[in-house]
Design a protein around this ligand. Structure first.
Ligand SMILES: Nc1ncnc2c1ncn2[C@@H]1O[C@H](COP(=O)(O)OP(=O)(O)OP(=O)(O)O)[C@@H](O)[C@H]1O
Ligand SMILES: [Mg+2]
Length: 679
């Protein structure tokens, strides 16, 4: 049994060996013995004992030598060796201890001492062995640890590299990304470079948990609206509510930009991924498109209404012309004493009023002729001041605010007077029975493209210096819906209104290449501002010759009158005869050309309507010129005189007569091309 370990006893003396063997065996050690140094080394190498008890004096290889060799051999070096030696040999003791023996027991030995020393040495040896094992284990664990650390360091490096890569990718994304809480302070765990940029702020401004709202939304009111909206939407947890489209980011004195944003909650964490992207370009393009759509629609609406109004007015004009013409003719023929004169005068007045209405409609559709002159707006208003005062309600106070040293404009004075009159009447009607103030102002405005875009008709004219005429009232004002429609012909909110006043204003302004702008607030009042291009030096306009009195002008010769309206043939014929002409008639272009071919020699002038069935005046004019290149033709038309003149420029047209024509206008047109009859 090897309860206490194994001991190799090296001893040449028999009795001593037996004694020791018995003693140690009795103590429970497994005992082996060797009679010499050589045998001891062999035995120890073959089977390592836990301790060697070595006699120093032996024949052959002595204890010293054996000790030396045991120590020289790696396998046996650690076996504790206890020396048995002479009691007197101090030098010997020192020597063996130097050689590596762990203890020395003097001969003859004390049994208890020997056993005690052996026990101690055995225990020490065991402890040492254990320690060594533990040290080895420690070293192994340490090595493993070092290995793991090295591996961790390696993967840490790889991690850092991939993190840097991902961050670089994130910072180069065209959108802003952040990880943050919303509660309702926004604290960020991460944000890429574009995130603060989208909100037009900086990382450091966003870093403060309460900084986001202040940094992103400058306007306090809007900030509160957004904060409530976003916090509520996030709290709802509904993904559909966590998208915000086209949110304006405003900065004082800078252009507004727009962002869209989306939040995605991170499951299991009080955090969300905030994504934000700039949609300014998109929003601007959308707005432009919407604006353009609105403008096109508005323009189309006005244009079709204009065509309608113009069409009606054109036909109506012909009828009126017949009424007016016949009435005037009758007046001329009637004796000054006739009792019918008053009735006739009433007819003429009523027909003139109706013609006035027609004129408004035609003005709106741009189908009237105008006589352009150099006009000073200030002078024009001053001249009309008295008339304006009588036109407005007694309760309304008229204020004039007329700038000095203004540039003139080019325009038709009677049309501009009509603008002023229409605006003043509207202003007075807006004030109604209450008291109020109407202010007429003239001045200069320098208009850039943006300003012109904000006006009616401003799209079509160049930026520059404009003279303005402004009529402001403190009347009832208009809501946005009314304001959007005021220029439509026939749009009126008044019981007796015809809805033509502002339509006519617009037509005149269009013809003058101007623009107009309305400011109005319900209950506060309205201002109409009309802009006319300023006439700078060098752009002078020739004054149209003042029409001299032609009341008693008479001509001679034969005139071919061409019109599809029977009533006008009858009326025109009478007028021409009254003026001393012989009249031939035709009902359309075809008849006219046929008649001219047959009797052209007799015909001194052709007075022909422009709009006719079968062959219109324009075509017939061409045909007549084939027959006689020098044929004299006056075209009559309800369209603008300038338009017609422009269309036939260079074709040797003798004149254009605007319908409805009065006797005076007809006389004026004929007197310009036909010889006067001698009396
Ligand atoms: N100064 C103003 N204040 C408030 N509303 C106005 C003003 N001027 C015009 N309006 C509104 O615009 C509408 C159209 O005006 P517009 O002059 O074209 O027609 P009207 O005055 O109704 O009729 P008409 O001038 O043909 O007799 C008016 O019915 C009114 O609703
Ligand atoms: Mg009006």
């Amino acid at each position: 049994m090897k309860k206490h370990g194994s001991i190799l006893i090296v001893e040449d003396a028999r009795e001593s060996l037996t004694l020791l063997t018995e003693l140690l065996s009795a103590e429970g050690y497994a005992v082996r013995s060797a009679g010499s140094g050589d045998l001891a080394l062999a035995s120890a190498a073959a089977n390592l004992p836990d301790l060697i008890l070595l006699d120093i004096r032996m024949p052959g290889m002595d204890g010293f030598e054996a000790l030396r060799r045991l120590h020289a051999d790696d396998a046996t070096r650690d076996i504790p060796v206890v020396i048995l030696g002479a009691a007197t040999g101090t030098a010997e003791r020192v020597e063996v201890l130097k050689l590596g023996a762990v203890d020395f027991v003097s001969k003859p030995f004390q049994k208890e001492e020997l056993l005690s020393r052996i026990r101690t040495r055995m225990e020490l040896s065991r402890s040492r062995l254990k320690l060594r094992e533990q040290a080895a284990e420690l070293a192994r664990v340490n090595a493993e640890l070092m290995n793991n650390i090295a591996k961790l360091e390696q993967s840490g490096e790889a991690l850092r590299e991939s993190e840097a890569f991902i961050l670089a990718v994130m910072d180069n994304l065209p959108i802003g990304i952040a990880v943050n809480s919303v509660d309702p302070g926004v604290s960020f765990s991460y944000m890429n470079d574009n995130f603060p940029r989208c909100y037009r702020t900086t990382r450091s401004a966003l870093a403060d948990p309460n900084g986001f709202w202040d940094a992103a939304y400058e306007d306090p009111e809007f900030r509160e609206v957004m904060k409530k909206r976003v916090v509520d939407d996030c709290a709802s947890g509904d993904p559909a509510r966590m998208r915000w489209t086209g949110v304006p980011i405003t900065r004082k004195g800078e252009e507004t930009t727009f962002v869209s944003a989306m939040n995605t909650p991170i499951p299991g964490k009080p955090l969300m991924i905030s994504t934000v992207w700039d949609v300014t370009e998109h929003m601007r393009a959308e707005e432009e498109r919407r604006k353009l759509d609105r403008k096109v629609q508005h323009a189309q609406r006005l244009e079709s209404l204009g065509m309608l109004a113009g069409g009606i007015a054109h036909d109506f004009n012909n009828i009126l012309m017949a009424v007016l013409g016949h009435a005037e003719l009758a007046m001329v023929k009637l004796s000054p004493m006739s009792p019918a004169r008053n009735a006739l005068a009433e007819i003429i007045t009523a027909a003139r009023n109706a013609a006035d209405l027609c004129r408004q409609m035609l003005t709106y559709s741009g189908r009237t002729s105008s006589t352009l002159e150099k006009i000073g707006l200030r002078e024009l208003v001053e001249e009309m001041a008295h008339l304006l005062k009588t036109a407005i309600s007694k309760k309304a106070l008229l204020n004039l605010n007329l700038g000095r040293d203004l540039l003139p404009i080019r325009g038709d004075p009677s049309q501009i007077r009509q603008i002023l009159m229409n605006l003043i009447i509207n202003a007075s009607e807006a004030i109604g029975d209450r008291s109020g103030v109407i202010t007429v102002a003239v001045g200069a405005t320098r208009c850039d493209r943006d300003y012109l875009e904000s006006t009616e008709l401003g799209d079509a004219i160049p930026p520059g210096l404009y003279m303005h005429l402004e009529v402001a009232d403190t009347g009832c004002g208009m809501d946005a819906r009314t304001k959007a429609r005021v220029f439509e012909p026939f749009f009126s909110t008044k019981f007796t209104g015809r809805g033509l006043g502002l339509a006519a204003v617009m037509g005149i302004v269009r013809a003058h290449k101007g623009a107009l702008k309305v400011y109005s607030e319900p209950g506060k009042g309205t201002t109409f501002k009309i802009l006319f291009p300023a006439l700078t030096e060098g752009q002078e306009v020739a004054r149209s010759p003042a029409s001299s009195s032609l009341a008693d002008w008479r001509g001679k010769g034969t005139i071919l009158l061409v019109d599809d309206e029977e009533s006008l043939i009858a009326l025109g014929g009478r007028m021409l005869e009254h003026l001393g002409f012989t009249v031939l008639t035709a009902a359309d272009g075809l008849q006219a050309v046929k008649l001219y071919r047959e009797r052209g020699k007799e015909i001194d002038l052709v007075l022909m309507d422009l709009t006719m069935p079968h062959m219109d005046g324009g075509e017939a004019f061409g045909e007549l010129r084939q027959v006689n290149p020098d044929v004299r033709v006056i075209l009559s038309s309800g369209y603008s005189r300038d338009d017609v003149a422009g269309r036939f420029a260079g074709k040797n047209l003798a004149g254009v007569l605007q319908k409805p024509y009065t006797l005076a206008k007809l006389t004026e047109a004929l007197s310009a091309v036909m010889p006067r009859a001698e009396r």
